[in-house]
Design a protein around this ligand. Structure first.
Ligand code: ASP
Length: 441
């Protein structure tokens, strides 16, 4: 029988109504055997996530401020779910325990983890699946780093004998039992770890969108959903700000070649996005996705005969390194070299860096330009098709966008374009239209 791990995000589990949708999804496919829940998320825009309430409550309790009201609010959220599902479950004992541990200062990670712990108990009761506390099967080392190999072994052994289980997301424990969490959104990571440990055929990640979109919906109206994307393409887009999945969630499944399917709990009929190691499937459009970020600045260094000076680039980059500034891109010409950095990281040290460059390489000019945006046009299909760059630039010219910088990685997986912040949205729309809107017709 196929084995699927299904992870449900906070908005999919925010209320009894949402739980019922999740129950239907799980029951409709017998291979959905291992369930990883998040804590209850927001029910509407003004609502609060249970995880945030837990942090607030713990901070108050451990600093001697009044906390009982927040704790009561959290308990009510769970009780409403339990009542709405008609479950015979009482969390009084758990909440007494939690309160006691808060007062004993069990730690912020412990506090936050209770959100998924309790939701996992409810989920297990609702589905009739076995509850497996993540603290017993997901391990962190003494420094709080995730211990992938121990976890993989222990979790695999434990689940081998359980046909259907609920494993709460987001946390695990150190060897001494101290509860530790991943960073925010970390239930995605737990799902991936479970998928690896049981050699799942598929890791389904259920959320409130129907997959990855070709472009940001705040910029492009009703963008298309990406049907299939490779891990590498995803990394490129995620790095440029497209976020649906926790960044670290890719690694465990990637090791095993397990695909991830992003699905929408509110529209289970949609196929979502499939994330794979590699694929022969032709992408629907030449490009897979577009993403970008504002807030960069460029430092352009000019010096006649720079090309003959061995070590020029290193000396320049050393100056940035000294101030802890990482660079994003570094296009160069014969007598010029440009370094692109995050404006927010750079601003504070701007004058020291410029002085440092003068001292290090005695340039003819150093020029800076701020308020730049970078746009990544990503797609495995670009390699096989000619004229992609040409189409991008003619589209931008038509939209009257001035291109400040171009950088194509040698993998031919992406083209990075630098434009003024003010042109950012227009540029993304122009690129989307030329590839997606016109190729759709
Ligand atoms: N509940 C945690 C958070 O809000 C983890 C998760 O939902 O994945 O960050």
């Amino acid at each position: 029988m196929m084995k699927k791990v299904v992870k449900f995000g906070g908005s999919s589990l925010a209320s009894a109504r949402q739980f019922k949708k999740v129950g239907e999804i799980i029951r409709s496919d017998k291979s959905r055997r291992y369930v990883v829940p998040s804590a209850p998320g927001k029910r509407n825009d003004k609502d609060e996530k249970v995880t945030d309430l837990l942090y607030q409550c713990y901070d108050a309790a451990s600093e001697g401020r009044s906390y009982k009201k927040i704790l009561e609010k959290i308990k009510t959220r769970y009780d409403e779910i339990i009542d709405g599902l008609d479950l015979n479950l009482n969390l009084d004992y758990e909440f007494n325990q939690i309160e006691e541990n808060f007062l004993k200062k069990a730690g912020r990670d412990y506090a936050a983890s209770r959100g998924e712990y309790l939701n996992g108990m409810i989920m297990a009761a609702y589905l009739g699946y076995e509850f497996v506390d993540a603290a017993q099967v997901v391990f962190f080392d003494d420094n709080g780093n995730f211990d992938a190999e121990t976890t993989n072994r222990e979790l695999g052994e434990r689940l081998e004998h359980i046909e259907r289980a609920v494993i709460p997301g987001f946390y695990g424990a150190k060897q001494d039992g101290t509860i530790t969490t991943f960073s925010r959104g970390g239930s995605d990571v737990t799902g991936s770890i479970v998928a690896r440990a049981i050699h799942a055929d598929m890791y389904e990640n259920w959320t409130d969108v129907s997959g990855f979109l070709v472009a940001d919906p705040r910029i492009v109206k009703n963008p298309q959903v990406i049907e299939t994307i490779t891990y590498k393409e995803l990394r490129e887009l995620a790095y440029m700000g497209a976020s649906v999945l926790h960044e670290d969630a890719i690694f465990p499944v990637r090791k095993e070649g397990i695909p991830i399917n992003i699905r929408n709990t509110n529209r289970p009929e949609d196929k979502g996005t499939l994330i794979v190691e590699s694929t022969c499937r032709k992408p629907r459009y030449t490009i897979t996705g577009i993403a970008g970020k504002k807030g960069f600045c460029s430092i352009n260094i000019e010096k006649a005969m720079m090309n003959t000076e061995v070590g020029f680039g290193r000396k320049v980059l050393e100056v940035f390194e000294r101030y802890g500034i990482s660079f994003e891109h570094m296009p160069s010409g014969i007598d010029t070299m440009t370094v692109l950095v995050h404006q927010s990281e750079f601003e504070e040290y701007e004058q020291s860096v410029i002085a440092g460059i003068h001292r290090a390489v005695e340039p003819d000019f150093v020029e800076m330009e701020s308020d730049l945006a970078l746009i990544a046009v990503v797609g495995r299909g670009m390699k096989a098709s000619r004229g992609t760059a040409g189409r991008i630039f003619s589209a931008l010219a038509h939209a009257r966008v001035n291109v400040k910088m171009i950088d194509q990685g040698s993998s031919e997986l992406n083209i990075i374009i630098g434009v003024k912040n003010a042109d950012f949205e227009a540029a993304i729309r122009a690129i989307y239209d030329i590839f997606v809107t016109t190729e759709m017709e």
